[in-house]
Design a protein around this ligand. Structure first.
Ligand code: TRP
Length: 346
């Protein structure tokens, strides 16, 4: 079976280290494996479903997200990076898929449900927003993607996509392929909490460390990080559970970091044990985390600066990627229309 990988992000803000842990890292790994095709989509149309009154925000962030991708090392020679709205075939797919989904099924989608609650739409839910899982099913199936690297919050979308695929195939004949999510191996990467330790890292909560943050900002954010409120004196026993510094270390630190920046401990387990016993101060673990993050972020930051001085190149990557994706989209839309028997003049 062919391996077609597709994933994407809504351009509503710069990407943060939660995105890196949850998805970018996996994409970087995947782009060096054997596959037939890999797409990364900037989901501007989906972003408009809850930002329709603020198109400039979406537009500006298309570029920010593209800069983030390229600075992290997503390689346009291996991966087709494209902009969702540049592929009008997606809206046709979505339109035909809407027939295959019920309102109650959409309202039951757990991710949509929690987003609706968060946005306080109450009873005036925009239909476009409610239907974005259907458009996401189009994103995936139009490109015949079967491997979808995402965080676990996207599992309901994969499930809904596969339901649409099965329904479509049962009505119109075997046309579409089912897909599966590719989740990060480290469970803690799923939902990196924000520096406040309360919620998932999210722009609206102001608790993010952005990939584009400068050194000083990263340092300040790490120093503000939530640890263990009962760990007041260095010698007090400290808690690991819910301690944001340790959650981040679990996700980002490896043994070589210890060798370089904290040689008195061999690995994270040793540090955890010592912290729990008492005798390790918060400033020490925070400085260590800062070094670990800086090792990751410094090259990304440098690459970003270089690209910011060469925005024409970034536009070209998006334009070329979208052109390439469009060729596939046109071809596959023909098959879809044939299956639905609306290919009158072919
Ligand atoms: N819903 C995804 C997010 O919020 C973005 C997205 C849109 C996506 N289309 C997709 C992800 C297709 C995977 C596959 O991050």
């Amino acid at each position: 079976m062919s391996k077609i990988i597709l994933t994407g992000d809504r351009p509503t803000g710069k990407l943060h280290i939660g995105h890196y842990a949850g998805s970018i890292r996996k994409r970087l790994e995947l782009q060096n494996t054997d596959f037939d095709k890999m797409y990364v989509m900037i989901a501007d149309s989906q972003a408009l479903t809850d930002n329709f009154s603020n198109p400039s925000k979406v537009r500006d962030n298309v570029m920010e997200v593209a800069l983030d991708y390229l600075s992290c090392g997503i390689d346009p020679k291996k991966v087709t990076i494209f902009v969702q709205s540049m592929i009008p075939e997606l809206t046709e797919y979505t339109f035909y898929f809407l027939n295959l989904v019920t309102l109650s099924r959409l309202e039951r989608n757990p991710t949509v449900k929690s987003e609706l609650k968060q946005k306080e739409f109450e009873t005036s839910i925009p239909v476009g927003f409610l239907c974005y899982p259907v458009s996401q099913a189009a994103d995936i199936t139009l490109f015949e993607a079967n491997l979808i690297p995402v965080g676990d919050d996207q599992l309901p979308m994969i499930e809904q996509t596969n339901e649409i695929v099965r329904k479509f195939n049962s009505l119109y004949g075997d046309t579409l392929k089912e897909c599966e999510a590719v989740l990060p191996e480290n469970e803690k990467s799923f939902r990196l909490p924000g520096i406040d330790g309360k919620n998932k890292m999210s722009k609206s909560l102001g608790n993010c460390i952005y990939l584009a943050d400068d050194s000083k900002t990263v340092y300040e954010k790490v120093m503000k990080m939530y640890t263990d409120p009962n760990h007041i004196n260095v010698n007090d026993p400290g808690q690991i559970e819910g301690n944001v510094v340790f959650i981040y270390l679990d996700v980002f630190a490896n043994d070589s970091h210890f060798e370089k920046y904290l040689p008195e401990f061999k690995n994270l387990n040793e540090l955890k044990e010592a912290y729990q016993k008492g005798g390790v101060g918060d400033v020490k673990i925070k400085k260590f985390l800062y070094n670990v993050l800086e090792e990751l972020l410094t090259p990304i930051r440098e690459k970003r600066q270089e690209l910011e001085n060469n925005l024409d190149y970034v536009y070209d990557v998006l334009k070329e990627g979208s052109k390439e994706a469009r060729v596939v989209a046109k071809e596959n839309l023909k098959k879809l229309k044939h299956a639905i028997k609306i290919d009158y003049f072919d």
